[in-house]
Structures are given as structure tokens and as C-alpha cells.
Design a protein around this ligand. Structure first.
Ligand SMILES: [Zn+2]
Length: 381
């Protein structure tokens, strides 16, 4: 059990490097072995669990797959899983520097996936200061739409890395991006906004934070101590400004909209912006740390605005079989939390599953994805 959790943590590091924080930041082996929960359920799906999971036609709206493999496709088939495959440009990661190379690998996977995957495209924000940036970006996005892409992602390098000529951080509501947002909206497509990062990336080091090991592995993104970073508050305000300026644009805030530390704040945002929903990718620990009754009440209240997602990744640097195991175990783990009364373990503490009603599970795992990402479910399904 413990070893499987550690395997998940290790193997999902590619997802970390690709995009975000690891979904299951686990304690170091010593801590894990001392704090075990003896009756915690872990491991792959049982037959019965798999039957309930596959019956929902589950969708994961946040993955990064840049590799094709028949065994991987067979895993998707077995889980009856449909994934949104997200590309992004990260100048700090050799694997993600060149959008055309990345897109090609993603499309190759999608075309061979037997209908189990679809693309979320992006544009290269590092080119924002080039005169033709906006038009070039729109042309690229429209080309991907015409090929079947159904969404566009912006990433945290907007707000936390890329600067204007005066040395100020470019924010998500920068006027250079506005025509791009209008273009996405005019095509009836969806914007995924992963902007800012968990609070712990802006705060002094805290070994108890779920994202602590991500900071160790990715010090580049640790904002605390950097000279004059844009504050998290300022970045999220710019995201909110984007929502206000584009009421007709559906925006899905990745990773709980980076409001993982305050579910009250998240609730206020969902109340205020009808064009805003959030995915749960890589933030399950934050849900699991909440009192069970509070989390049930929150999910029931916002059952139309929460979209199941993982941030799982699969690329050339991953070993095949461990990746397959990790993918399946991550879905099984999350499923037990949402759908069952089982006892799970997080950081040596027991966490009881929420046992949500089936209609709510159906929304989390399928209906909300279909609503917020038109085109993610092929017609006729
Ligand atoms: Zn991601």
C-alpha cells in the first residue's frame, strides 16, 4: 500500500515537470512507514469498482500525453476513459519547448487512441513581445480547432515568468491576449486557465504543505524570496478581470482555480462568475484535508461547476508498465474518495471516502466535462 503511494508520487513527477504540482505529493518513505493507516484501501480497481467507474463514461479533462503506445490505449479502453490531452509551452523544459513538436506527438497519440483522447491546444506566450504575436497565435489556434482541438490553455508562465519590455510580469488580462480570448469565445471553445500556483509556492517553506516536494524538485517556480514577483492575489485578480471582460467565454480554472487554500474564496468566485468552473487536477490532497461533511456540502452545492481531472502525464521519459499502474491507481484512489465509504490514507492520516450520490458522481466524472468542454464527447455518445 505505502509503496504504491510512493510509486504514484515518483511516477507522476513527469506531470509535475510538465505542468503543475504533483497530484499526490507523498511524505518521505520514513514518514510514510511510521504513520500507516492499517485499514486504508489502495491499489488498482476491484472488478466491482471498475464496473461502477466505467459505467459513468468517465472523462479526465487534464492530462499531458505525448507518447503513443498500444498498451496505454488498452488501459484507456479498459477504464472506458476519455482524456483531454493538454499541450503547453515551457521554455524551462526541453520536452515542452517546441509547440509544434509537442502538438505532433499529442495528435499522433490522439489519432491512435480509438476515440479516447482529444486535444487542448495553446499558443506560445514567450513570443508575446513579437509584433505578430496575436495574429500568429490566433492562426495557430484556429488551425488546431479545424483539426479537432476543443480548448486552449494558458499556463502559469503568464504571471510568474514572462515579463514585458519594462520588466513587469505579464498577467493573464494583458491586452495582447484579449483578441485570443475573443477568438476562442467566437469558436464556442473553452479556455483552461492554470494561473498562479498553490499558496505554498508563495509562502515560506512548509514541509507539511502538499506541494513541498514539488518545490524541492522545481525551485524555479518557487516565488517566495524572488525579487518583486507578482503576488498571487494580483495574478488571480487579473484572471478575474479576464472573466469579467469575457462573459461569453467559458473558463475552466485548472487546479481548483489556484484557490486550493480557501474553499470559501472558491465558492465566492463560482457564485460571482457564471462562466467559470474549476478542475480538480492535482489538488485531491486539499479536498481530503477538509472535514468530510464540509467537503460533501461543498461538492453538493457546486456539483455543476467541478470537473474531475488528474494532471496525469505520459511521455517518452516514463517507463511503460509503472506508468500504466500509476494511472490506474490514481483513478482508483480518487474514485474511492468520491464514491465509497472506504478509508484512505493521506500523510499517515485516515481519510474517509465521501460516498457521493451517483447523479453527482456522474456530473463530476462526465456531465460537467461535456457541458464545459463542448465537443469533448463525440456526437452520438
Ligand atoms: Zn497540467
Amino acid at each position: 500500500m505505502k509503496s504504491s503511494l510512493l510509486i504514484v508520487a515518483t511516477a507522476l513527477m513527469f506531470g509535475v515537470a510538465a505542468c503543475s504540482n504533483s497530484r499526490n505529493q507523498q511524505p518521505a518513505p520514513a514518514a510514510s512507514s511510521s504513520g500507516g493507516v492499517s485499514n486504508a484501501v489502495s491499489g488498482p480497481f476491484t472488478d466491482q469498482e471498475l464496473q461502477a467507474f466505467t459505467a459513468l463514461n468517465p472523462i479526465d479533462t487534464h492530462t499531458h500525453v505525448f507518447r503513443s503506445d498500444p498498451a496505454f490505449n488498452a488501459m484507456l479502453q479498459r477504464l472506458n476513459l476519455r482524456v483531454l490531452d493538454i499541450v503547453l509551452v515551457d521554455d524551462n523544459n526541453p520536452e515542452l519547448k517546441d509547440l509544434s513538436v509537442e502538438s505532433k506527438a499529442a495528435w499522433q497519440f490522439i489519432h491512435g487512441s480509438g476515440g479516447h483522447a482529444i486535444l487542448c491546444t495553446t499558443f506560445d506566450p514567450y513570443k508575446v513581445r513579437e509584433p505578430a504575436f496575436t495574429q500568429t497565435s490566433i492562426r495557430g489556434i484556429d488551425r488546431e480547432f479545424s483539426q479537432g482541438a476543443i480548448a486552449v490553455k494558458i499556463w502559469k508562465n503568464i504571471g510568474m515568468e514572462i515579463k514585458d519590455a519594462a520588466g513587469n510580469y505579464i498577467l493573464p488580462d494583458d491586452p495582447a491576449f484579449e483578441p485570443i480570448y475573443k477568438d476562442i469565445s467566437s469558436h464556442g471553445r473553452t479556455l483552461i486557465a492554470h494561473v498562479a500556483d498553490p499558496n505554498s509556492m508563495f509562502d515560506p517553506p512548509n514541509p507539511d504543505a502538499p506541494d513541498y516536494s514539488y518545490i524541492q524538485q522545481n525551485p524555479f517556480w518557487y516565488q517566495y524570496g524572488k525579487p518583486h514577483p507578482a503576488s498571487k492575489e494580483k495574478i488571480l485578480q487579473a484572471r478575474d478581470h479576464l472573466l469579467e471582460l469575457n462573459p461569453g467565454l467559458r473558463v475552466v480554472g485548472a487546479h481548483l482555480g489556484s484557490m486550493e487554500g480557501d474553499f470559501h474564496q472558491l465558492a465566492q468566485h463560482l457564485d460571482r462568475y457564471p462562466n467559470f468552473a474549476v478542475d480538480l487536477a492535482a489538488r485531491m490532497p486539499y479536498l481530503m484535508m477538509q472535514p468530510r461533511a464540509d467537503m460533501i456540502a461543498f461538492i453538493l452545492k457546486y456539483q455543476d461547476r467541478l470537473i474531475y481531472a488528474t494532471d496525469n502525464g505520459f511521455s517518452a521519459k516514463n517507463s511503460l508498465q509503472p506508468s500504466l499502474n500509476e494511472w490506474e491507481e490514481s483513478y482508483a484512489h480518487d474514485w474511492r474518495y468520491f464514491a465509497t465509504n472506504d478509508t484512505l490514507e493521506y500523510k499517515g492520516r485516515p481519510v474517509q471516502g465521501l460516498a457521493l450520490p451517483e447523479p453527482v458522481l456522474r456530473k463530476l466524472y462526465h456531465d460537467n466535462a461535456a457541458h464545459w468542454f463542448p465537443g469533448i464527447v463525440p456526437t452520438g455518445h
